[in-house]
Design a binder for this molecule. Structure first.
Ligand SMILES: [Zn+2]
Length: 128
């Protein structure tokens, strides 16, 4: 029965090691958010590059985001902001008229990547 304790200590040591490693934070954003959201209010999913192009005007409404380029308020979260910036129609969002082309390209690349990841995950699920 005494074997349980060292095991727990090892797990704690491992956790501490992890929290000090920035690369592990990037690979586990969900765990990081759960531990850190209490102190930070407005920034959610701060590892998402789209946050550089919008801000949250009301900390109590985290899915409300204002585009930095055209000041448009989007009430449906960061993904909608990406579609807005990417200028992709058909997602219930108007495209941004003032986004710089490099930012637009970046958002398009991100959305494409996301879709590919989703496809990949769907395929993996089917294989299970
Ligand atoms: Zn905009």
């Amino acid at each position: 029965m005494k074997r349980g304790l060292p095991k727990i200590r090892m797990a704690v040591a491992r956790l501490k090691k992890h929290s000090g490693n920035p690369s592990s934070v990037a690979s586990a954003p969900a765990a990081n958010a759960a531990a850190g959201t209490a102190a930070t209010q407005v920034v959610i999913n701060s590892d998402d590059p789209a946050w550089a192009h919008c801000f949250c005007p009301d900390a109590t409404k985290k899915h409300w985001l204002v585009c930095k380029y055209c000041d448009k308020l989007l009430k449906a979260g960061i993904t909608r902001v990406k579609y807005h910036l990417a200028g992709i129609k058909g997602n219930n969002v108007k495209k941004c008229e003032k986004v710089p082309p490099p930012v637009r390209d970046e958002m398009i690349a991100q959305l494409t990547k996301k879709i590919e990841e989703k496809d990949q995950k769907a395929k993996e699920k089917q294989m299970d």
